[in-house]
Design a protein around this ligand. Structure first.
Ligand SMILES: Cc1cc2nc3c(=O)[nH]c(=O)nc-3n(C[C@H](O)[C@H](O)[C@H](O)COP(=O)(O)OP(=O)(O)OC[C@H]3O[C@@H](n4cnc5c(N)ncnc54)[C@H](O)[C@@H]3O)c2cc1C
Length: 541
């Protein structure tokens, strides 16, 4: 069992290997600053007593090669899955001096995230933006150099959010005066909303979003604001979604202050209104830049086309086998982070704990179809002065929302064109994922044409299907998560972390990656020589 970090003794060897065999093919962007990776690699190489300039010319000396073999065969941590969760966890663990490798089944890192450039349009197949108020995200971006690649949301997109109401786009009121005038709610609905502080009843454990919002704010708020939000951002059904999991901040306000209104006011008075520190951004080149930027730091050791097939307990750690294009590979790791979707984790864990596998297998996922349409600006009559719109189920049985991507961020469409991305299906209409392209496009245009006053055909059209796109926090979600945590205690050194736990957003995934790294470092602190010290270990202890 290794007691120190073998990789930190000879990081440059791992970099050499990654540069020759494991770099993912670039999908869109150049990394924000390749110089960072090169200078870091140069430093590591010179620590090995080598000249960086000779790196591509000479093979490493035998001593270094031996260390490399050790580093590849025995690790502090193996991360399975190079989605944003796995990459974030690996990034922090490596920073703290752990020897970490990420194995990814696909040909490139990123998981759900993927940006595609075509005909001058930049489309996203999952996350389009990060909505952040967490310091962990800022820290990751600052230290990786990605801060410089950020693109802020445009001012026009900040001003409005629309919701579909009686066949028209109505702005969601953000101030009291606008709320009083808004046609979204009846007078009775508004009075019910204002009566929220007087509601004394408390919901039961596992209360649904619909029950929680109806109890606190009334059914009209559920129908016109929260249902479209849950369907549009989580692809979920609020009647079945656990309120504490999907709306954790609102649930916490009720717990703490007894009322959402009182909670918001108190948070403002105490200066803890997190929305004031909320930032919405993407990256130049799209969300894929987040993935490529992390890889470009040279800190992560990634092996793509490594599909993990088998896990075995061995010497207090885990022996992991993967199928690769070169045949089977196996590695021993003291700790294992399984950062895959729940069904993949269930398959790998079945032989170790059938009940844990059953809990994972029972997590439902929703599929989403995306329709990206590009138009010449002059064929769209609407100002497109918003992030886009959400569509309540009473107004739209299949389409849940439409993102005005070219209003949100620059460089999403060629000059004089606009890019609009629609989301169809989810828990609201599971059948939509099986529709053919022409039916999906017809459904989308049927809604868009009158709403944004279209008088021309799309000049760019792209349909993408995300099967099992998002985990649904449906049913007895919290009880399932608690049972899962109990089962995990019997499998030391195993960490399960992906979007089915504690939030699907990129922000939550980065924060949870940080959390997993902290837990591992607390359980197994790095040696004193580790680069960057053991700051996370101290936080976790
Ligand atoms: C349509 C859509 C829109 C979205 N929009 C936003 C948004 O605007 N903002 C936002 O914050 N979030 C958004 N999200 C959510 C966010 O993109 C995802 O929740 C997040 O990217 C998931 O990351 P992950 O690392 O947990 O999982 P994944 O991205 O699923 O990564 C898991 C990885 O594990 C790998 N893997 C699986 N099995 C194995 C195995 N046996 N061996 C090796 N590797 C394996 C997979 O290949 C994959 O790469 C959106 C999601 C969707 C689907």
């Amino acid at each position: 069992m290794p007691t120190s970090s073998p990789a930190s003794a000879c990081r440059a060897c791992a970099i050499t290997r990654k540069q020759t065999s494991a770099s993912p093919p670039s999908r869109v962007s150049s990394p924000p600053d390749r110089r960072l990776a090169i200078s870091w690699a140069a430093n590591s190489w010179s620590r090995c007593g080598r000249d960086f300039g000779a790196m591509r010319l000479a093979r490493p000396a035998t001593a270094c090669r031996t260390k490399r073999r050790t580093a590849m065969d025995e690790l502090d941590v193996l991360v399975i899955g190079a989605g944003v969760t796995g990459l974030a966890a690996a990034w922090w663990l490596t920073r703290e001096g752990k020897s970490v490798v990420v194995w990814e089944a696909a040909a490139q890192a990123g998981g759900k995230i993927g940006s595609t450039q075509h005909d001058g349009y930049l489309t996203e197949r999952a996350a389009s933006m990060v909505l952040n108020f967490r310091p962990e995200v800022n820290e990751l971006l600052r230290e990786s150099g990605l801060e410089r690649a950020k693109t802020a949301r445009r001012r026009e997109a900040e001003a409005n959010r629309y919701v579909l109401h009686r066949g028209l786009l109505q702005p969601v009121p953000m101030r009291l005066g606008a709320l009083l005038r808004s046609p979204l709610w009846s007078l009775r609905g508004k009075l019910r909303m204002f009566a929220e502080p007087l509601v004394l009843t408390r919901g039961g454990k596992g209360e649904s979003v619909s029950a929680f919002i109806t109890r606190r704010l009334g059914k009209e708020v559920l129908d016109k604001a929260i249902e479209p939000f849950i369907a549009g951002t989580l692809a979920a059904d609020p009647d079945q979604t656990c309120a504490a999991a999907a709306l954790p901040r609102l649930a916490a306000l009720e717990r703490r202050f007894g009322s959402l209104t009182a909670g918001v006011l108190m948070s403002r008075i105490l200066g803890r209104n997190s929305s004031s520190g909320t930032e919405v951004f993407s990256f130049r080149g799209g969300m894929n830049t987040l993935v490529e930027g992390l890889l470009a730091t040279g800190r992560l050791r990634l092996e793509t086309r490594h599909s993990v097939q088998h896990l075995a307990r061995e010497r207090g750690g885990w022996r992991v086998s993967a199928s690769t294009p070169q045949g089977e590979r196996s590695v021993w790791a003291r700790q294992l982070v399984l950062a895959t979707p729940a069904a993949n984790a269930a398959r790998l864990l079945l032989a170790h704990d059938a009940e844990l596998a059953r809990l994972l297998q029972g997590i439902e996922y929703a599929s989403v179809a995306l329709v990206h349409l590009g138009f010449a600006r002059q064929v769209v009559g609407h100002d497109l002065n918003a992030t886009g719109f959400l569509a309540p189920r009473a107004e739209s049985p299949v389409l849940t929302g439409n993102l005005w991507a070219s209003t949100l961020f620059p460089d999403r469409a060629p000059a004089g064109k606009v890019l609009l991305t629609s989301y169809l299906g989810g828990a609201r209409a599971p059948q939509a994922i099986d529709w053919d392209d022409s039916r999906l496009v017809a459904e989308t245009l049927g809604h868009l044409s009158p709403l944004i006053k279209l008088h021309g055909e799309p000049e760019m059209l792209r349909v993408e299907r995300q099967h099992a796109a998002l985990p649904l926090y449906h049913g007895a979600y919290q009880a399932r998560m608690q049972a899962l945590a109990v089962r995990l205690k019997a499998l030391p050194g195993l960490y399960l972390e992906a979007s089915y736990r504690e939030g699907v957003s990129v922000r939550d995934r980065i924060v949870r990656g940080h959390g997993v790294a902290r837990a591992i470092l607390a359980a197994d602190p790095p040696s004193g020589a580790a680069r960057g010290g053991a700051s996370l270990a101290r936080q976790g202890a």
